[in-house]
Design a protein around this ligand. Structure first.
Ligand SMILES: N[C@H](CCC[C@H](N)C(=O)O)C(=O)O
Length: 282
């Protein structure tokens, strides 16, 4: 069976986006991995599957699959591309689009300049909601994680619907730092569901530099939910204000968070690359 899809990206975090409203799509873990392969398939960080709504308070459901084939709860850059996709496909003409993901309900607003503003929901900081398994009592927002060889790191566990661990670093996050700590922390026993690991260098109260080693993918050029988690962590540490710009390898993202109990808002681009067709069995 031939499947129609669009290739898109949000600041270089790239997606295969499939209309599961007008096409009857069933995905297996093996199929996602095959299509995600950058040599033998389409190649992507995540696959986004658009589906009809399952409740009256949303217009759509969208499912997110990492390149390793696992379905996950949330994708911030993907949410922006989802909004641009459903309008381009003619599935909606609305500018405000409520959507359900496995990690919660998002409200997306397509702005006049084509950027998309996302209400990413209220961050969850309770350790069992991230989930995070503390090895020793930590103070709010700061947990110590033991690494092989006796080293320890301090990070902030945050859920944006998906799990994140954010480290505040004094220098620009280097390739060596991510290669050393990214895989260890992504799969660390402290994160029973694994985690996306962010490395944030705070530049001043309104700007910072972020690199993210994503769960199920590795480092991406941008991570939207990771950017939200980084702002939350920085605010818990008292080192950033309510409205910031974070510089990611793929570009800049605007964020705001008014504090505990409030949602995080993220604004950024959604870029269309090409339309394609692929065989279901490929
Ligand atoms: N790797 C993430 C999913 C994609 C998140 C990211 N691409 C974003 O923009 O939020 C996870 O396993 O939770």
């Amino acid at each position: 069976m031939r499947i129609r899809f669009s290739k898109m990206h949000g600041l270089g975090n790239d997606f295969m986006v499939i209309d599961g409203v007008t096409q009857d799509i069933t995905l297996t873990r093996e199929q996602v991995r095959a299509w995600g392969d950058r040599h033998f398939g389409v190649g992507f960080d995540q696959l986004l599957l658009v589906q009809p709504p399952e409740s009256p308070d949303v217009a759509f459901r969208y499912r997110i699959y990492n390149a390793d084939g696992d379905e996950v709860e949330q994708c911030g850059n993907g949410a922006r591309c989802f909004a641009a996709f459903v309008r381009r496909q003619g599935l909606t003409a609305n500018s405000v689009i409520p959507v359900q993901t496995s990690g919660g309900r998002l409200e997306l607003t397509v702005l006049a300049d084509g950027q998309v503003r996302v209400n990413m929901g209220v961050p969850r900081l309770a350790l069992d909601e991230v989930p995070f398994r503390a090895s020793a009592p930590g103070q709010a927002g700061r947990q110590t994680v033991a690494l092989a060889g006796g080293r320890t790191v301090t990070l902030t566990p945050v859920s944006m619907g998906n799990p994140h661990g954010v480290l505040l670093v004094d220098e620009p996050p280097s390739d060596e730092l991510l290669a050393d700590l990214g895989p260890q922390l992504e799969q660390h026993e402290a994160f029973p569901a694994r985690a996306n690991i962010g490395f944030l260098q705070v530049l001043d109260a309104s700007s910072g530099r972020l690199r993210v080693y994503e769960r199920g993918v590795g480092e991406t050029l941008a991570c939207g939910s990771g950017a939200c988690a980084a702002l939350v962590a920085a605010r818990l540490h008292g080192v950033m204000g309510a409205t910031v710009t974070l510089h990611l390898n793929g570009g800049d993202i605007g964020l705001s968070w008014a504090g505990a109990g409030e949602p995080v808002y993220m604004t950024g681009p959604a870029t269309f690359v090409y339309d394609g067709e692929i065989n279901q069995e490929a």
